[in-house]
Design a protein around this ligand. Structure first.
Ligand SMILES: N[C@@H](CCC(=O)N[C@@H](CS)C(=O)NCC(=O)O)C(=O)O
Length: 209
């Protein structure tokens, strides 16, 4: 008899965790939220380090009887895992000409925008103002340049909603106060379009206490 796996998403209200939560909702995967309070140091507890020795969220734990537990510790690996469970909903299938366009837009946000933002955020603690400014200018300029990735139908890299929209939406909304919106009308319309999706709203609310 085939059993249904149990999914638990460990995290809190950060961009990396929200991206994972949105992907699970968009893929139609039911999961339980496990709050990890970073300010209290839950991520350094013995039990959490047993799950992810890096002490970082998000973490997706998959439990299925008769199988060893599966633990996925990177937000983008969780997003791709969600795609595997619901093929075609988050990423055009292998062999489709549209797939590489979506992956291009997805990795643009992950490596060129989110990574710079993450480093700028971590430098904040050490108050290296110059380096923070360089990195901030870099990710803001790259977000503005992302308007060219929008398809005619208004999604990032493809005709339909995809993992590229998930990657872009959470970082663009996280830094929205820093953007010159009067010069980015298409990006503004895209943000509204993505924000209207019920599964995006559900993912954004996943870690609300
Ligand atoms: N590349 C990782 C980054 C994970 C990460 O940096 N998580 C942060 C929160 S967004 C964290 O757990 N910080 C707690 C700590 O470093 O103590 C991913 O995308 O999942």
């Amino acid at each position: 008899m085939k059993t249904t796996p149990r999914y638990e998403l460990f995290g809190t209200r950060t961009g990396n965790c929200l991206r994972a939560a949105i992907a699970l909702h968009e893929a139609g995967i039911e999961y339980q939220v496990r709050h990890v309070d970073l300010r209290s140091g839950d991520q350094k507890s013995r039990s959490f380090l047993g799950l992810n020795p890096a002490g970082k969220v998000p973490v997706l734990k998959v439990t299925e009887s008769g199988k060893p537990d599966q633990v996925i510790t990177q937000s983008n690996a969780i997003i791709l895992y969600a795609d595997e469970l619901a093929p075609g909903r988050l990423l055009p299938s292998t062999g489709s000409v549209h797939r590489s366009r979506v992956l291009e837009a997805f990795f643009y946000f992950v490596t060129d925008v989110i990574a710079s933002n993450g480093v700028a955020f971590s430098l904040d603690a050490t108050a290296d103002a110059n380096a923070i400014q360089v990195l901030t200018t870099r990710y803001i300029d790259r977000i503005a340049a992302a308007e060219r990735l929008l398809s005619a139908s208004g999604y990032m890299g493809g005709a339909d909603f995809s993992i590229a929209d998930i990657a872009g939406f959470t970082i663009v909304t996280a830094v929205k106060r820093q953007l010159a919106w009067d010069r980015l009308p298409q990006l503004a319309a895209w943000v509204e379009r993505i924000a209207e999706r019920p599964n995006v709203q559900a993912g954004l609310a996943a870690f609300n206490l």
